[in-house]
Design a protein around this ligand. Structure first.
Ligand SMILES: [Zn+2]
Length: 317
């Protein structure tokens, strides 16, 4: 009899995804609701409960031994609470207790969404087989997580590896987090687009001013678009190099919408890494695109739950 099945929740500002995931990381059942992000906290929780209710109708539900949650942050795993920036109804919201109540007392494991994606990449994606890795999501924001010594390193509150808010420009632009010159303030999709627009890049007839449109222009050689991606790559490289120097990672995995820009990002990123990752023990560091798709958050949340169950000692997380 299999007991290595867990429920997983991936909670973001636009959708709440749920799944039953087996010990091989295969999704066996799914449920999803839109996040009522502008509503009060209990309304958001009702959407989570609806996802769990749909999953619990599956004949496989009885095999679930735990629930893993990857949530938009900040999260506080030590307190079991979440305060997602883009879900204002949840501030220090007791998500772990509420989910545990909804699932009849099963153990609940909470991690930040960047840590969840890291768990997924380490289990099944680009960081598989690497004992020391940094995984990053570069999109509207910049998040991340760490694998150290072969194990996921969520940190006491579940936020470790949040590379988007380390400063790489001491006197740089103020960041919404309160600091200055953060990686996210330079390398996120909206900041890549803003910098290109400020320097004179203009969108095509479709009016698309996203980072993806800037990437398309960069591929065609538009110098302002190229320069905006080079600046983003420089910020990412400085953050990756600092991380590698601190904790000796040997691979950095970059995903998210901006990570999909391809060589427009990765070519200047590899070049900038040679400028910043200079000491002998970080020179073998490689940077690669993420491999996990849209289910990364669910698979990673499942990995975190499996790692806390006896059945999961083989889960490699
Ligand atoms: Zn910041």
């Amino acid at each position: 009899m299999h007991t290595d099945l867990v429920a997983a929740l991936d909670i973001g500002g636009t959708k709440i995804a749920g799944a039953l995931v087996d010990g091989h990381g295969h999704i066996q059942a799914r449920a999803q609701r839109a996040t009522p992000a502008r509503e009060d906290g209990d309304t958001v929780m009702a959407a989570v409960e609806a996802v769990l209710a749909e999953l619990s109708a599956s004949p496989l539900w009885g095999r679930a031994t735990a629930v893993g949650i990857g949530s938009a942050g900040p999260v506080d795993a030590s307190a079991g609470t979440v305060s997602p920036v883009n879900v204002p109804g949840w501030r220090d919201y007791p998500l772990v207790r509420r989910v545990r109540d909804a699932v009849g007392g099963l153990p609940v494991e909470l991690i930040g969404d960047g840590v969840a994606i890291t768990a997924a990449e380490h289990w099944q994606g680009a960081a598989r087989g690497h004992d020391n890795a940094l995984c990053m999501v570069v999109s509207t924001g910049v998040g991340g997580g760490l694998v150290l010594g072969g194990r996921l390193h969520p940190g006491p509150t579940g936020n470790a590896g949040h590379i988007g808010h380390i400063s790489v420009d001491l006197d740089g632009d103020p960041c919404p987090c309160g600091a200055r010159g953060c990686v996210e303030r330079i390398a996120s999709g909206p900041n890549i687009a803003r910098r290109a627009l400020d320097a004179g890049w203009r969108p095509g007839a479709d009016g698309d001013t996203s980072a993806a449109a800037v990437a398309a222009a960069a591929r065609l050689g538009h110098p302002v678009a190229v320069a905006s991606f080079e600046r983003a790559a420089q910020a990412l490289a400085a953050g990756i190099a600092a991380t590698a120097t601190l904790v000796e990672i040997d691979i950095a995995v970059v995903g998210g919408g901006v990570g999909k820009a391809g060589e427009v990002l990765f070519a200047p990123l590899r070049k900038a890494l040679t400028d910043y990752a200079t000491l002998s023990f970080v020179q073998r560091l490689v940077v690669v695109p993420a491999q996990m798709g849209t289910d990364a958050g669910l698979v990673g949340a499942a990995a975190a739950a499996l790692s806390r169950t006896t059945a999961a000692t083989a889960a490699h997380v």
